[in-house]
Ligand binder design. Structure first.
Ligand SMILES: [Cu+2]
Length: 123
């Protein structure tokens, strides 16, 4: 019984993770150009905090935490990841529609946490 519950939890968790990836890359054409971006996170800012990408690109965004654990939440693409202290995390999405989409740190990182945000501009 115990193992059945554990297995169920595992299935639910892995289902959510692949769901995020699917939403972010769902309409990705195989020939979409790749745009790589490097961003840092530290208390209490992302650098750069405004990201410009071209519509129709497959964006590969590498985020490095320079200090404590941070998060990166980009609701438009169903992305919500944690970046453990002093590590790098990569997120990917297909920039399908032009627009301005807010992102923010979604892991409490200190007194300035709630102001730690930025914008993705797809143009
Ligand atoms: Cu934070």
């Amino acid at each position: 019984m115990k193992y059945t519950i554990l297995l169920l939890v595992f299935i639910i968790l892995s289902g959510c993770a692949s769901g995020e990836k699917k939403k972010a890359l769902e309409y990705l054409p195989p020939d979409a150009p790749v745009q790589e971006i490097y961003m840092t996170a530290r208390q209490f800012e992302f650098t750069p905090d405004i990201i410009h990408v071209k519509q129709g690109t497959h964006v590969v965004l590498e985020i490095e935490s320079l200090d404590v654990t941070h998060g990166f939440k980009l609701t438009q693409y169903g992305i919500n990841v944690t970046i453990p202290a002093k590590t790098k995390t990569t997120v990917e999405f297909y920039a399908q529609e032009p627009g301005t989409y807010p992102f923010k740190c979604a892991h409490f990182c200190g007194v300035g946490h709630f102001g730690m945000n930025g914008k993705l501009i797809v143009e």
